[in-house]
Write a protein that binds this ligand. Sequence first.
Ligand code: GLY
Length: 394
Amino acid sequence: MSAGGRVHVELGDRGYDILVGAGAINQIDSQLRSMHESGARRAFIVIDTGVPTRFVVQLSKLATDAGLQVATASITPTEQIKSIETYQKLLVQIAATGHSRVDPVIALGGGIVGDLAGFAAASYRRGVPVIQCPTTLLSMVDASVGGKTGFNLQIPNDDGPATLLKNLVGAFWQPKLVIADIDVLESLEDRQRRSGLAECIKHGFISVGVGHGELLDWMIQHLDAIAAFDPPTIQELVQRNVALKASVVALDEREDTSKAGGRMLLNFGHTFGHAIETIAHLSPDPSDPSKAPLHHGEAIALGMLAACRAAENESGLDSSIGDELCSLLNRVGLPTQVAGLPSNEELIQRMSHDKKATGDSIRVIYPIARGRCAVVNDASAESIGVGFDAIRSD
Ligand code: GLY
């Protein structure tokens, strides 16, 4: 592995390492051998069909060489497939191999595969070990760290298509190890890479408040190399972002809603973003509807900008914060406008279905200064509407 990094998530006996680097996947070897010494005999690998075959072969060989019998299941990730049916199918496949309580589940893929595999591991036999091997930038810097697992629910509607509620069912289940092998990112499509950058920019916008004040300026200084996906710069980007995420998770493992900040701050842009992410006709390019639907990072980019503009109306936030965000999103090719948004009433209704809503009030994360955000428990509908209007292109 080239000069890579190790970040530890400080959670006592649930603590774990995140290994970042080119070729880091090879380091799974010692974890698997130690599991074998403790009685593991099988590994169940959940594979994202987007992962290049050579990584699947490499990981299977590493597990076999560690003495484990390998079984696999493949998932083509979509928000629709992140369902109770896929979860159940996965459990049946795992059970059919005779998987024991000490055998690991390994997730090799993006956030959808990591969340499904993680929840299967959290619940099968009341919990078996999981190792997360994220293969997208988005899952490396966010989804694979912190133990959030689960799937989406579809609520039927009498008068139209079902409403998809993201991540409504799940559990916190910390992995034993996270391996972010930078080599795997070579195969990512440009749009997926940019989607991951949205979560990095999100981290920049909370960085000062969570003790990583240098992150935003470091990203701005290196933005051209980041946008060009220069491998050493991306490795450092991942390391810096997982370090921020690890420290937030260490202080607030289960997103304690009574805390003024903590893990809830990681939801900056998400309550607005989730309201638009599952609207099938929205495209990141207002002039090209064929690119619909939005990818997660694209929805979060738009959601963060809407939150900034809403905060200007709600609490007089300086418009330079939203302007800086808009310029960063433009420079990395993320959307700042979207055509075809439904009415603000409908969007607010969708927001209140999001699991971050609290009773009748809507909880959002608003910026309060450069690099700082805060939780607002009863955001006004008027300001939310101002936020959505700011990202409408029609
Ligand atoms: N993605 C937000 C969190 O992990 O808490």
